[in-house]
Design a protein around this ligand. Structure first.
Ligand code: C5P
Length: 238
C-alpha cells in the first residue's frame, strides 16, 4: 500500500479551488486536477499548486491516436506532476507511446508515472455490455486492461477497489492501483456505480485513494477527510 490520498479539485476555477483549500485548511495535501479545472486554468494552475507544496495527479484521461498522445505527454512531462493518465481503451500502442512521451519529455530525473484507466467507476457491467458492446464480465475486462497496460509500460491503473486485489495478483505488488469511488458509509454514491469505503480499500489492495465528493460535498470537509485518512491508514477502530 502506497498510502497516498489525492483530493479531487473538481472546481470550475482556481479561485473556487483556492477558496476551498484555504477555507478548510487543505494547504499542502496531495491533489488531483481534472479536466474541469485544467481546461479553464491551463498549466499555470499546476505551477501554482506546486509552489504551494501540493503533490499532483493530473487526471486528463488522454485517448487519441498514439502519436498525438505521445506529443501531448512530452509537454505534460515538463509539468513534473506525480501521475497522469490515459484510457486503456486507447490500446497498447497508445499506452507505449504515452510512456515514451513522458520519458523523452523529462528534463530531470523525475519521470511522471503513467496510469491507465481500466473501466470508469461510473460504468457497470450492463452498460459495458450493451453500450460499449464489450461482452463478458466487467471484472474480467478490468483485469484484461490492467494486464495489457502493465505489459505496455503503464506504472499502474485506475480501477475500483473491488478489482484492486486481483490486479495486484496478476500485475505484481509494485503495479499501482489508484481507486476513486470512495465513500464514507453515510455519503451518496452519486453517479459512481462501483464504490467502496476507505477501510474496504485498505483490505483490498488499493495503493492510492482518490477523494472527491465524499470530502468536497461533506458538511465539514476537513472532518470527512480526516475520517477517510484515519480509516484508510488504520482500518475501522472498534
Ligand atoms: O466525487 P467522486 O468521489 O465520485 O470523484 C471521483 C473523482 O475521480 C472525479 O474527479 C472523477 O473524475 C475521478 N475519476 C473517476 N473514475 C476514474 C478516474 C477518475 O471517478 N476511473
Amino acid at each position: 500500500m502506497n498510502g497516498k490520498t489525492y483530493l479531487s479539485l473538481d472546481f470550475p476555477t482556481w479561485e473556487e479551488a483556492k477558496r476551498f483549500i484555504d477555507t478548510h485548511n487543505f494547504r499542502g495535501v496531495p491533489v488531483k486536477v481534472g479536466m474541469e479545472l485544467f481546461y479553464r486554468e491551463g498549466p499555470k494552475v499546476i505551477e501554482t499548486l506546486k509552489e504551494n507544496n501540493h503533490a499532483i495527479f493530473l487526471d486528463l484521461k488522454l485517448h487519441d491516436i498514439p502519436t498525438t498522445v505521445m506529443k501531448a505527454m512530452k509537454n505534460i512531462a515538463a509539468l513534473e506532476v506525480d501521475m497522469v493518465n490515459v484510457h486503456a481503451l486507447g490500446g497498447s500502442e497508445m499506452i507505449k507511446r504515452a510512456k515514451d512521451g513522458l520519458v523523452s519529455g523529462s528534463t530531470s530525473s523525475h519521470i511522471t508515472k503513467l496510469i491507465a484507466v481500466t473501466m470508469l467507476t461510473s460504468m457497470d457491467e450492463q452498460e459495458m455490455n450493451d453500450e460499449l458492446n464489450i461482452p463478458g464480465k466487467l471484472h474480467d475486462n478490468v483485469l484484461h486492461f490492467a494486464n495489457f497496460a502493465n505489459q505496455n509500460g503503464a506504472d499502474g491503473v485506475v480501477c475500483s477497489v473491488h478489482e484492486a486485489k486481483a490486479i495486484k495478483e496478476i500485475c505484481g505488488q509494485t503495479f499501482l492501483t489508484v481507486t476513486p469511488g470512495i465513500r464514507l458509509d453515510d455519503s451518496n454514491a452519486n453517479d459512481q456505480k462501483r464504490v467502496s469505503s476507505p477501510a474496504f480499500a485498505r483490505e483490498n489492495g488499493s495503493d492510492i485513494l482518490v477523494l472527491g465528493r465524499t470530502v468536497t460535498k461533506a458538511a465539514n470537509p476537513k472532518e470527512a477527510y480526516n475520517k477517510v485518512v484515519e480509516e484508510w491508514k488504520h482500518g475501522i477502530k472498534s
